[in-house]
Ligand binder design. Structure first.
Ligand SMILES: Nc1nc2c(c(=O)[nH]1)N[C@H]1C(S)=C(S)[C@@H](COP(=O)(O)O)O[C@H]1N2
Ligand SMILES: [Mo]
Length: 212
């Protein structure tokens, strides 16, 4: 039996194949995180780059400094491991490439830990962190992020599950070996590619992450 015209039209519709396996489309934007929403304190807020930097020095930007860094924008999706996906947000902010350029890692760096308020963290391979679409977002669809969604800065890494993108980011740590972040220590996959459904740590293949 051939496809009906309707089925063909649906298959050809732009966006029809944009959802990773096991995900469903979400209308609106749910708020999802562990713990309380932190209060933004502009006078003490800093974005720090530490660990194995190329210079051996820690870099840091205060809020005004961070907001005056060169800006980028990317249109990208958010895929939560709890199965909702939100498609096609326009994220504005500072690309990870810009941070890597202004505060470069030492040559032996392989992984990055992204640190947020209250000690939340997520680890990424340097190559995932450095992806062209990865951005420290301050805005979505032209508006500043609301506090529940990560104001003043959240990371968006569109090709990984959304827990790899901490809200309320306060800094990054360059690492010369992998180490698990908050959810990666608590049963979630060390890499987290939604297209191959890397949801849970029990699915990890040898080499996907440090021993649990
Ligand atoms: N600081 C922090 N960031 C976080 C989380 C968290 O628990 N703490 N949860 C992540 C998860 S699991 C998801 S799905 C997204 C949700 O972002 P949203 O609340 O803006 O939809 O935030 C991510 N960033
Ligand atoms: Mo999530």
């Amino acid at each position: 039996m051939g496809q009906s015209e309707n089925e063909q039209a649906r298959a050809l519709e732009p966006g029809a194949e944009e959802l990773p396996p096991g995900q469903r489309l979400q209308r609106g934007w749910p708020v999802l995180h562990y713990g309380p929403v932190p209060r933004f304190k502009p006078l003490t807020w800093e974005f720090q780059v530490f660990g194995a930097t190329a210079s051996g020095e820690k870099h840091s930007w205060d809020h005004e400094g961070f907001m005056t860094l060169p800006r980028s924008a990317v249109t990208a999706d958010l895929h939560c491991v709890t199965r909702f996906s939100m498609l096609g947000s326009r994220w504005g902010g500072v690309s990870t490439a810009t941070v890597l350029e202004l505060a470069p890692p030492a040559p032996e760096v392989t992984h990055v830990m992204v640190w947020a308020e209250y000690g939340f963290s997520s680890n990424l391979r340097l190559l995932d962190f450095a992806d062209d679409s990865a951005i420290f977002a301050t805005h979505r669809n032209g508006d500043p992020l609301t506090v529940e969604h990560g104001f003043p800065v959240r990371l968006v890494v569109p090709h990984l599950y959304a827990w790899k993108g901490p809200k309320w980011v306060r800094g990054i740590e360059y690492m010369t070996a992998d180490r698990r972040g908050f959810w990666e220590e608590r049963g979630y996959h060390n890499i987290g590619d939604p297209w191959s459904e890397q949801r849970y740590s029990y699915q990890e293949a040898p080499g996907d992450g440090p021993e649990l």
